[in-house]
Design a binder for this molecule. Structure first.
Ligand SMILES: Nc1ncnc2c1ncn2[C@@H]1O[C@H](COP(=O)(O)OP(=O)(O)OP(=O)(O)O)[C@@H](O)[C@H]1O
Ligand SMILES: C[C@@](O)(CCO)CC(=O)[O-]
Ligand SMILES: [Mg+2]
Length: 394
């Protein structure tokens, strides 16, 4: 097999500055890509099988093309240019095929169901033999958009492999990307993968993984916010596992139970995201003001709101307490219930204060790192351009 037959793609994780959960109900979210990426290798294989290797979650599966072909009649309607949503019937058929129990929502089932749904929907009538490996620098299920980075890389690789979008490796550009229309198609297919994993995603995470940078997202409308990604952030992973699907469903139940109590909270989260955008724009425009104090207050208020809607966790409270004792402000990011928190660093913060806070957080059993935000969205790579420390996982 020649190496140019193998294609590598990668997509970034994200942090949500403000708007998680409220964005599911049409409110504004501000989200930015991270310098932690998911990498995927796809290549043809010659033994009429589809092989999927997911080392982060310890899954290795293989199916005969002839078996997969029997599922195609159920997915015929999907073989259009327009991405189509997974129905409960589709998911039931795929679960039965893969041998997963009816209500299974474990890590492996969700990843495999999302792959099978995208493979059968994107690849058309002549299902190709292929071998796919996905490996990520992102912690799985920690609020950093690992499911979206996974869905974006899988959708991109399948669309490229089946020639439904171009292969950017034919271009001589430094950064191998797709055209705007193709990125839009990738984003819309990845959204279907997210539906399999999340149940009811807003689409913000797959938008950031596709387009990169800092985005304002509202009801499918994506607005890149340029030149405002200067914020310095510490990320803390509480290492408490949680599922976005369950947390999103929990907020829905609460909203149905107490609409007049929860709706104003979601509207207030919307106002926080709007105010944050305004402050970030003032910062860039050099308009005088104590912008960082406002950003810190917005973080504190939103963290209280997120507790009110039921997505907090004692481990996240601990991150907020520890950082507050060093004069720093934190909130959960992503779907909460554990997972990750962000802590804002003012440009004039004393590095020893940050160091001490990080040491205390590490003593609590949390993992802490300073991040570079605003990484590029989905990229193609040729095998010779892949860094050695990443290639060793493939
Ligand atoms: N590297 C990976 N390999 C295989 N499956 C993955 C990988 N990364 C994510 N997944 C799939 O995504 C699921 C995690 O998605 P979930 O939405 O719960 O968390 P997240 O995306 O990390 O956080 P958030 O949605 O809050 O940003 C896993 O259960 C798995 O099915
Ligand atoms: C919790 C949520 O708002 C963000 C998860 O990163 C869910 C979503 O928008 O799909
Ligand atoms: Mg997710």
């Amino acid at each position: 097999m020649t190496t140019d037959k193998e294609l590598f793609v990668s997509a970034p994780g994200k942090v949500i500055l403000h708007g998680e959960h409220a964005v599911v109900y049409g409110k504004v979210a501000l989200a930015v890509s991270l310098n932690l990426r998911t990498y995927l290798r796809i290549r043809p294989c010659s033994n009429n099988t589809v092989q999927v290797n997911l080392p982060n979650i310890g899954a290795k599966l293989s199916w005969d093309i002839s078996e997969l072909q029997t599922l195609l009649p159920h997915f015929q309607a999907n073989l259009t240019q327009e991405p189509t949503s997974p129905t409960p019937d589709h998911l039931a058929i795929l679960k039965k095929f893969a041998g997963f129990a009816e209500g299974s929502i474990d890590t492996q089932s969700l990843a495999v169901l999302a792959f099978l749904y995208l493979y059968l929907s994107i690849c058309g009538k002549d299902l190709p033999s292929l071998d796919m490996t996905v490996w990520s620098q992102l912690p799985t299920g920690a609020g950093l958009g690992s499911s979206a980075a996974y869905s974006v890389t899988v959708a991109t690789a399948l669309l490229t492999f089946c020639s439904r979008i171009s292969d950017p490796r034919k271009e001589k550009a430094e950064m191998l990307r797709w055209m705007k229309d193709e990125l839009d198609l990738i984003n819309r297919w990845a959204f279907q993968g997210e539906k399999v994993i999340h149940g009811n995603p807003s689409g913000v995470d797959n938008a950031v993984a596709t387009w990169g940078g800092l985005l304002r997202y509202q009801s499918g409308q994506i607005t890149p916010l340029e030149r405002v990604s200067k914020l310095q952030i510490v990320l803390t992973n509480t290492q408490v596992p949680r599922s976005t699907k369950i947390l999103v469903a929990g907020v829905k139940d609460k909203l149905h139970k107490f609409p007049s109590i929860l709706e104003p909270v979601l509207s207030s989260i919307n106002a926080i995201a709007e105010e944050c955008q305004r402050v970030l724009e003032d910062l860039v425009a050099g308009i005088p003001g104590d912008h960082y104090s406002v950003l810190e207050e917005l973080i504190d208020i939103n963290q209280h709101h997120l507790n009110v809607i039921g997505v907090g966790h004692p481990s996240l409270d601990k991150v907020c307490q520890v950082t507050a004792s060093h004069g720093l402000h934190s909130k959960l990011t992503g779907s909460g219930g554990g997972g990750c928190a962000i802590t804002l660093l003012r440009p004039d913060v004393n590095p020893s204060t940050v160091q001490e806070a990080k040491e205390k957080l590490t003593d609590c059993g949390f993992q802490c790192w300073e991040t570079i935000i605003g990484a590029p969205g989905v990229l193609a790579h040729s095998s010779c351009s892949m860094a050695e420390d990443i290639m060793k996982f493939f």
